[in-house]
Design a protein around this ligand. Structure first.
Ligand code: AMP
Length: 441
């Protein structure tokens, strides 16, 4: 199926093409026609399924067809549990709506009111926000939901978990009964279903849970690292691999992003940093350079890379693992786009094990370990039993056994099989199961 068959307008199709999407994901194929037809939606779908475009493309189409609403009265409201998700939705809106004349506002907690009053004071099409601050504005009458046409609840189960049930109900109550409501949730238990029952009218049920289309095209690997120097040696090794045609290297801090970019450039690689401390002009230039091939290795922080839509990213390298498991999916979603395959490589040391386990639980699969000959880690990922409280794993090392899914790519030029011995992390990682919880001892 193509996007053209979904009855989307040329401006939207152009934006979709610019993002490099060649065909709709399953949730997009199911949801877009129903949303365009005005139906309410109850969708179970996780991050990584393309759910944002599933609701945003038809909503943008609607916004582009009719004139703006009065001041302070948006026509579309997207409620998200966290600021991060709100920022992602906003970036996606900017990308998908780049050929549409659109006025939007982001209303987040923890940010000054003054800009929000200004944004809400003008004519407005779309508001994206988190529940608490939206309620504040509603109560101060700076936000008027009486003209709302479409209400979107993104990750509604998370909002319930975070205690936003009452806020969600208040926001829904402030919107006209004639509105269209689109509810997205990763899980659907009784509480969620009851809430959906109150808020939706004869919704179309769409169930895409677990099918993370964007992950399927991505080969995921992990490298166990001993220390910063070891990480850097592996990074330099990967940087010299000719199959890495265009890569994003994620670092935890802006300072590291700068330092790594400088080091890679000093070794002769076309590398540049991208982070939030850079002026917007410099950021735009860097992204353009990446797009046009003048930069091959982009060292970025999560915030700066959010919404980055560049085709042909062959590798995503997690120099530092992300804090949140969802961010892992967002990061690696930068590669393997538009039907192309991609490789996602994560560097993991002992102190990262809890984070790694969260990621593996979230994506419901273990990350296979890869070893580069000559750059093997000197110790296993898990300390032997009793060596360090809370970090060990029952069973200890069992020499001579490999972890299922362990990848040793002798076919790949730069990765050769390493001999198996007691020092190898694969031995102990065999006891790790996807979804297994860390053993507290
Ligand atoms: P989401 O589930 O909305 O967070 O999207 C996950 C990732 O999939 C994002 O990085 C999107 O840019 C990407 N994406 C969304 N729709 C498509 C598509 N039709 N083809 C390829 N990638 C997509």
């Amino acid at each position: 199926m193509s996007f053209e068959t979904l009855q989307l307008k040329p401006e939207i199709l152009r934006a979709v093409a610019t993002c490099g999407y060649s065909e709709p994901t399953p949730i997009q194929a199911r949801a877009i026609p129903e949303i365009l037809a005005g139906r309410d939606i109850l969708a179970t779908a996780q991050t990584g399924t393309g759910k944002t475009a599933a609701f945003m493309l038809p909503v943008l189409q609607r916004l582009s067809e009719v004139r703006r609403g009065p001041k302070g009265a948006p026509r579309v409201l997207v409620i998200t549990p966290t600021r991060e998700l709100a920022a992602q939705v906003t970036d996606a809106t900017r990308n998908y709506g780049r050929f549409i004349n659109l006025r939007s506002a982001v209303i987040l907690g923890g940010t000054p009111y003054v800009n929000q009053y200004r944004d809400l004071g003008g004519p407005l099409d779309l508001v994206v926000g988190t529940p608490g601050r939206l309620i504040d504005h509603l109560e101060r009458r700076s936000l008027n939901l009486s003209r709302l046409e479409v209400l979107i609840l993104d990750e509604a189960d998370r909002m319930l978990d975070m205690g936003f049930k009452e806020d969600m109900e208040k926001l829904v109550a402030a919107a006209p009964a004639t509105r269209q409501t689109l509810l997205f949730t990763a899980t659907l238990d009784k509480t969620m279903a009851d809430l959906a029952g109150q808020m939706l009218r004869e919704p179309v049920r769409i169930d895409i849970a677990g099918k993370k289309v964007t992950l399927e095209q991505i080969e995921q690997r992990l490298h166990v690292t001993d220390c910063l120097e070891h990480k850097k040696r592996i990074l330099h090794h990967l940087a010299s691999d000719p199959t890495v045609t265009r890569a994003i290297v994620f670092s935890a801090t802006k300072r590291d992003a700068d330092a790594l970019a400088v080091e890679l450039a000093a070794s002769g690689h076309r590398a540049a940093a991208l982070h939030g401390d850079m002026p917007q002009g410099a950021r735009n230039r860097t992204v353009r350079d990446l797009r046009q091939g003048r930069v091959r290795l982009l060292v970025a922080t999560d915030v700066a890379a959010r919404g980055l839509d560049v085709n042909g990213i062959s590798h995503v390298i997690n120099f530092d693992l992300p804090m949140a498991a969802e961010d892992y999916v967002h990061r690696i979603g930068r590669t393997g786009r538009a039907g192309a395959s991609g490789v996602a490589i994560s560097f993991v040391s002992r102190s990262d094990v809890p984070r790694l386990e969260r990621i593996e639980r979230f994506i419901a699969q273990p990350l296979p370990q890869t070893v580069i000959a000559g750059l093997e880690p000197t110790r296993p990922l898990h300390a032997p039993r009793g060596a360090r409280p809370g970090s060990g794993r029952p069973g200890g090392a069992r020499p001579g056994t490999g972890r299922p899914g362990d990848r040793r790519e002798s076919s790949n030029r730069w990765q050769k099989s390493a001999p198996r011995d007691r020092r190898e992390p694969v031995v102990e990682m065999r006891s790790r199961k996807p979804g297994a919880r860390p053993t507290a001892r």
